[in-house]
Ligand binder design. Structure first.
Ligand code: MN
Ligand code: MN
Length: 466
């Protein structure tokens, strides 16, 4: 083992783990797949996380008057952003260890007034969310998830497309026989998002008068009213997301990889959660997992990392620890904390060598990947972690036998990206990105290796326990 820990050689570590670790990796991957199949939206990821931690004894922070070492707490914003923590032996004011990831993923949202009829067919008009290659989302069967909230506060939960027998939806594409005009265009210009309506029906309303107009749309409205009790106006107060229909599954004859929707970033969110849940003892410092929303659109909004959720959560913890001068204690806790920004990175794909940063790209099966800086061009927008912090992480990972590698987000001038790291770095705390390398990031189906998923979890667990 020791010869591949902290490797710069990026050797394939499959088959080099102990028998016990290999079995643990397989179990881990199986449970992750079951989580990923449920957590298809940020709201569902939140609900599933709360269900799992409550089963382990975590309780809503507001139910605690005071906190003592070993207490397990959680706190949420709007059913989307979650903080879960295990209180450490040292006071929170000394700083905490944070794993911060996100649970939103690129997808196709419905517009506020989505229902329309075109050419005698019914569609939902859509507005895409996050950075996608538009053509990836055409043709695939899509499932519809989300909520419709009525003015009286009642909520209709929508989940159509993943249960056996459910219908699915589709954004259609032109056939290759007629595709000459489309093929002549640049890929970036060939797919107008305004044309990405999703097909939801073709049958006219059987109860409509002979001279009635838009009877296919009327029929959909009739079905919506009968099945869900919702009207066209109710879509104004809805959040409905189209995501790929289907469950994550093993990829490859050797079953060494997982293909699924939303690895970015549920693969790291799950790893962080499991790391916190599996802590063997009360940690020295308070360990926290932060699972935010809105990362894919810039971490903005009340449920994004650029909100006050994290500082308020730290203040709530400190308020329950009988801390002298709590106002300054919160600021000091923020400064003295440290975080692994738990987000995915790009794995080197042999079919796209021109995108690689030579010798500095993550490889599949070489473990979780540490990204010292993200950003673009001359590291623009990067928080660029300091060497002292990374040296300490090397110590932590080596002690625990974590298989890991260090990488960059692609070739200089060609690659780039951002995570939530910079929003935490502004407190003065040490932050660095560490996550699972992926193929086809932001595509409807992303691919990760089981070993990399497992080793990312092992890294997070070692970090929280330090
Ligand atoms: Mn991400
Ligand atoms: Mn992303």
């Amino acid at each position: 083992m020791s010869d591949i820990v902290g490797t710069v050689k990026r050797e394939n570590a499959v088959g080099r783990l102990s028998e016990k670790e290999t079995a643990a990796c397989a179990d881990y991957a199986k449970d992750y797949v079951s989580y990923l199949g449920i957590a298809k939206t940020e709201r569902r990821a939140y609900a599933e996380a709360v269900r799992r931690i409550e089963a382990l004894g975590f309780r809503e922070l507001s139910t605690f008057e005071t906190l003592k070492p070993g207490d397990k707490v959680y706190r949420g914003y709007h059913g989307k952003t979650l903080m879960a923590a295990v209180i450490g032996q040292e006071p929170v004011a000394n700083g905490i260890n944070v794993i911060g990831g996100h649970t939103d993923a690129p997808r196709i949202d419905l517009k506020p007034v989505p229902l329309c009829e075109k050419g005698g067919l019914a569609y939902f008009d859509t507005h895409y969310y996050g950075g996608i290659k538009k053509f990836h989302w055409l043709v695939h069967p899509l499932a519809l998830y989300g909520v419709i909230v009525k003015p009286d506060g009642s909520k209709v939960e929508v989940a159509i497309g993943d249960n056996p027998g459910d219908p699915v939806f589709q954004i259609t594409d032109i056939l290759p026989h007629f595709g000459a005009e489309q093929s002549a265009k640049k890929v970036s210009e060939a797919f107008d998002p305004e044309d990405m309506d999703v097909l939801i029906g073709s049958a006219p309303d059987p109860t409509a008068d002979k001279d009635a107009k838009e009877t296919v749309k009327r029929n959909i409205l009739r079905i919506l009213a009968d099945t869900y009790g919702v009207t066209e106006e109710d879509f104004l107060s809805a959040e409905l997301e189209l995501v790929p229909a289907g469950m994550p599954r093993d990829l490859g004859l050797d079953r060494s990889m997982i293909v699924g929707y939303g690895h970015d970033d549920r693969v790291c969110a799950y790893a962080g959660l499991r790391a916190l849940m599996d802590l063997p003892a009360i940690p020295r410092r308070t360990g926290m997992v932060l699972l935010c929303d809105k990362e894919e659109i810039g971490s903005v909004g009340a449920t994004g990392m650029d909100s006050t959720f994290f500082e308020n959560s730290v203040a709530e913890l400190i308020a329950r620890q009988d801390t002298p001068r709590p106002e300054i204690a919160v600021r000091r806790a923020l400064e003295a904390s440290r975080m692994l920004s738990a987000d995915v990175c790009a794995a080197s794909d042999p079919h796209f060598p021109n995108a690689d940063s030579t010798g500095n790209m993550a490889k599949m099966n070489a473990g979780g990947c540490l990204i010292k800086y993200t950003g673009a061009r001359g590291k623009s927008g990067a928080s660029d972690a300091r060497a002292e912090f990374i040296a300490d992480l090397r110590r932590i990972f080596a002690k625990d036998g974590v298989v890991w590698q260090a990488g960059e987000l692609g070739r200089c001038e060609k690659g780039g990206g951002g995570t939530i790291a910079l929003y935490m770095a502004r407190y003065g705390m040490d932050v660095v990105d560490f996550g699972v390398p992926l193929f086809n990031m932001h595509a409807p189906w992303e691919t990760a290796s089981k070993l990399d998923c497992y080793m990312t979890y092992r890294a997070y667990r070692a970090f929280l326990a330090d």
